[in-house]
Design a protein around this ligand. Structure first.
Ligand SMILES: Cc1cc2nc3c(=O)[nH]c(=O)nc-3n(C[C@H](O)[C@H](O)[C@H](O)COP(=O)(O)OP(=O)(O)OC[C@H]3O[C@@H](n4cnc5c(N)ncnc54)[C@H](O)[C@@H]3O)c2cc1C
Length: 290
């Protein structure tokens, strides 16, 4: 597999990157880890005239908590996020997801920004960003634009990011007391993309009653989606019966396609089951964090 010809530049900072993207709009593609883009170029499914490598752009890989959110730079690799002390200690949902993406090589190179901008319908990060109601920060020469994750994933491999923008960071709301989350992924074998995976967040009030939460699914629609019908049911005293009803609503909202990972009926049944499993673990973590 021989790629077509392309130019390659390695800008030294974000301003230079944004200037190139504006000047070469429609021709340029950002290169982050390269783990999704390079295979596409080799297969000639993508044929950009110019690759703009982000590796020398400083300031895009930080991971830090602010007063109201956890900030993750767009160039942070899955591994950096997995190993960040703040993630290990305070964000088990993020620790779950970064353990399941691909294999160690993919996690060493692949970045959150590349994953989110690529928007594979079975990729892992989008479900988490939907369940947590995260915000995606896009920068262009005109300034910064904040896009809610729930408005970001438009269709298969299609997002709200513009060709002149760099995804500079994602902001995940700070985990409040009484909240817990979990990511449960069904895969055919270790390292595979999800057959179906579910990110669930539960928020408990002071009496241990569910006051709300978030549910994001991947692998079972043309794009990862927030199971809003299921979220609407996620309230009241926690019980297995409630979780089953929420799981059924999430499955009803899914639109899986039959493929090598299984037929439609199987995927829908697994969407319900994985939702229940994610809710059970999220509840345990919410109780432990009360
Ligand atoms: C064998 C294999 C297994 C994998 N398994 C999984 C898996 O189980 N789960 C999963 O979720 N993913 C999986 N992946 C995908 C992996 O996580 C990729 O790393 C990720 O999808 C893309 O990240 P990247 O940094 O490599 O992006 P790139 O490949 O460099 O870029 C991908 C796209 O995003 C754009 N882009 C990159 N960075 C930015 C930015 N900061 N701002 C705007 N646009 C940007 C690029 O222009 C390109 O269009 C797998 C990949 C491989 C090769």
């Amino acid at each position: 597999m021989i790629p077509g010809q392309f130019e390659y530049v390695r800008p030294g900072d974000l301003d230079e990157t944004l200037r190139i993207l504006t000047e070469r709009e429609g021709e340029a593609k950002l290169l982050s880890g390269g783990y999704s883009l390079l295979p596409l170029i080799k297969l000639r499914l993508a044929q950009p005239a110019l690759l703009v490598d982000l590796r020398d752009v400083a300031g895009l890989d930080g991971i830090a908590e602010t007063d109201d959110h956890l900030r993750i730079g767009g160039r942070a690799t899955h591994r950096q996020i997995h190993e960040a002390p703040i993630v290990r200690e305070r964000y088990p949902l993020l620790h779950d997801v970064t353990a399941t993406i691909g294999d160690p090589q993919v996690r060493n190179w692949g970045t959150i920004g590349g994953s989110v901008a690529h928007a594979d319908p079975a990729s892992d990060w989008p479900a988490v960003l939907l369940a947590t109601s995260a915000t995606i920060v896009c920068r262009s020469q005109s300034g910064e634009r904040l896009v809610a994750a729930r408005d970001f994933f438009l269709d298969t491999f299609t997002t709200a990011i513009e060709p002149t923008e760099v995804l500079t960071e994602v902001r995940i709301p700070r985990r409040p007391r009484g909240a817990g989350g979990s990511y449960q992924k069904l895969e055919r074998k270790v390292g595979d993309f999800a057959t179906v995976a579910v990110a669930a967040v539960i928020r408990l009030d002071a009496d241990g009653i569910i006051a709300g939460g978030g549910i994001g699914l991947t692998g079972v629609a043309e794009t990862p989606f927030a199971a809003t019908d299921a979220e609407a049911l996620l309230t009241g005293a926690p019980s297995e019966e409630l979780f089953r009803r929420v799981g059924a609503a999430a499955a009803a909202q899914s639109r899986p396609a039959g493929d090598v990972r299984g037929p439609i009926e199987y995927k829908r049944a697994m969407a319900a089951e994985m939702t229940v499993r994610a809710l059970r673990v999220a509840l345990q973590r919410a109780v432990a964090n009360a």
